[in-house]
Design a protein around this ligand. Structure first.
Ligand SMILES: NC(=O)c1ccc[n+]([C@@H]2O[C@H](COP(=O)([O-])OP(=O)(O)OC[C@H]3O[C@@H](n4cnc5c(N)ncnc54)[C@H](OP(=O)(O)O)[C@@H]3O)[C@@H](O)[C@H]2O)c1
Length: 235
């Protein structure tokens, strides 16, 4: 990968920063963390600066219009073209059903289109096993992830012709602040393990990767079982 700008959208995300750090390569390199201002975003920027990267932050909110997203990207990549983008935006604590679909789905779909147009070498989307195995208890999240995931899969085919690779990452349960307080199910994993799976998938040019590896098989089996046979949380 070249040393153009590396961008993390969802700059405060625990999985996002683990993935970005694993993919960055040695410093120096220009890194942009885009997100809503927060202590976590600031902390992630400081950690990368301590490692020797040149880090700036940019404002990204899921409620931005498409032209505002373009403006943010234009500004973020003004001096160095974009070579790597990691999209880690997601929420399970949305204010409403519609908000869950917009934040996890529609806004991410529009962002992915805008990113492809900038011609980076690699885009990584943090999707979810819930995109393939939607659950009633997280319906808006699941539906939003389905939209984002499908958009990335469709774009991956077109974008490959212009040299842009897209990797769709489908983790199951990952121990982060998003899942804090929930009991760990089987196949639970960590941000660092997800990051290593992503790095391996990027190296081998994959389009879809599950984390952990066995999650893909588990989801296929779960989808064959009648939902009424499963515990409520798995339906
Ligand atoms: N943890 C899991 O078990 C798990 C499993 C599968 C997939 N994933 C996906 O992995 C990604 C990273 O999750 P994580 O576990 O690292 O959780 P996280 O630390 O909570 O990261 C979520 C990111 O989304 C951002 N975000 C949420 N709502 C937003 C909004 N309205 N506008 C702009 N940004 C918004 C958050 O920014 P703020 O700090 O401003 O809220 C944060 O940067 C997400 O896409 C998530 O869906 C997570």
């Amino acid at each position: 990968m070249t040393d153009g700008t590396a961008l993390l959208v969802g700059g405060s995300s625990e999985i996002g920063i683990a993935v970005l750090t694993e993919l960055l390569g040695p410093p120096p390199r220009r890194v942009v963390l885009a997100g809503r201002p927060s202590g976590e975003l600031w902390w992630n920027a400081e950690k990368l600066r301590d490692l020797g990267y040149s880090v700036t932050t940019a404002q990204y909110d899921a409620c931005l219009r498409a032209d505002e997203v373009d403006g943010m990207l234009e500004h973020a990549c003004a001096d160095h073209p974009l070579s790597l983008a990691v999209v880690a935006v997601g929420t399970m604590t949305e204010e409403s059903f519609a908000d869950g679909i917009v934040v996890n789905g529609l806004s991410v779909a529009l962002l992915l289109r805008a990113l492809v147009q900038r011609g980076p070498e690699q885009i990584v989307l943090l999707s979810s096993a819930a995109a393939v195995r939607p659950r009633q208890s997280i319906a808006a999240y699941s539906l939003g992830k389905q939209l984002a995931d499908s958009t990335a899969v469709l774009l991956a085919r077109q974008a490959a012709e212009s040299g842009v690779r897209i990797l769709v990452v489908r983790p199951g349960f990952v121990a982060t602040r998003m899942t804090a307080g929930q009991s760990k199910p089987p196949l639970a994993t960590t941000p660092d393990r997800v990051a290593r799976r992503v790095a391996g998938a990027v190296r081998s040019g994959q389009t879809i990767v599950w984390a952990p590896r066995t999650m893909g098989l588990a989801v296929r089996i779960l989808n064959l079982l009648p939902r009424r046979m499963l515990p409520a949380a798995w339906r």
